[in-house]
Design a protein around this ligand. Structure first.
Ligand SMILES: [Zn+2]
Length: 153
C-alpha cells in the first residue's frame, strides 16, 4: 500500500513548485481527516492514514497526493512567520479552514488533477462516515463543483 503511494508520488511531484523543500511521506493513523500536509523548516511532511485507502485505485491516491502537494506548494511560498499565522488561523477558524480547503481543491484542479480529485471525492463519500463525512461535505468542493471547475479550467 505504502509503495503504491510512493510510486504515485514520484509520478506527480514535478507538477508542483517545491523549491528547497523536501517532501517526506509518512504513514499512520490520523485523528482529524485522512491526510495532512505540514511544513517543518525545509521539510514538508505529508502524513497519510493509508489504511483508509485500501480499496483505492491509483486515481484516488493521485487525487489525494495532488491535494496535499497543493498545500505544500502554498506553504513553500510563505515566510516562516506567515506560515505560523496560517497554522493559527487554520486551527482557530472554521471559516478559514473551509476557505483553505476549497482553494486547495481548486489549485489541484488547475494543476491538471481534476479527474483524480473527483475520484478521491467519490471514494471518500462512499467510504467516509460520521464526523469525517460531515467535515468533508462542509469544507471541500462537492462533486458538482469539481465538475464545474474542470469544465472552466
Ligand atoms: Zn487539504
Amino acid at each position: 500500500m505504502e509503495l503504491k503511494f510512493r510510486r504515485v508520488f514520484n509520478n506527480i511531484k514535478d507538477h508542483f513548485f517545491l523549491k528547497n523543500t523536501r517532501i517526506k511521506l509518512i504513514f499512520g493513523s490520523i485523528w482529524y481527516g485522512t491526510a495532512w500536509s505540514v511544513r517543518v523548516g525545509n521539510y514538508n511532511f505529508i502524513k497519510i492514514d493509508s489504511n483508509r485507502y485500501k480499496k483505492a485505485k491509483n486515481s484516488v491516491i493521485k487525487g489525494l497526493l495532488a491535494h496535499e502537494l497543493s498545500h505544500a506548494e502554498y506553504y513553500n511560498k510563505l515566510s516562516f512567520l506567515n506560515y505560523i499565522a496560517f497554522i493559527i488561523k487554520y486551527t482557530l477558524s472554521k471559516r478559514y479552514r473551509i476557505k483553505t480547503e476549497r482553494e486547495t481543491d481548486i489549485t489541484t484542479i488547475r494543476k491538471g488533477f481534476g479527474k483524480d480529485l473527483l475520484a478521491l471525492r467519490n471514494y471518500s463519500y462512499k467510504y467516509g462516515k460520521g464526523k469525517y463525512l460531515k467535515i468533508l461535505k462542509r469544507n471541500y468542493l462537492s462533486i458538482k463543483e469539481i465538475k464545474q471547475y474542470i469544465k472552466n479550467k
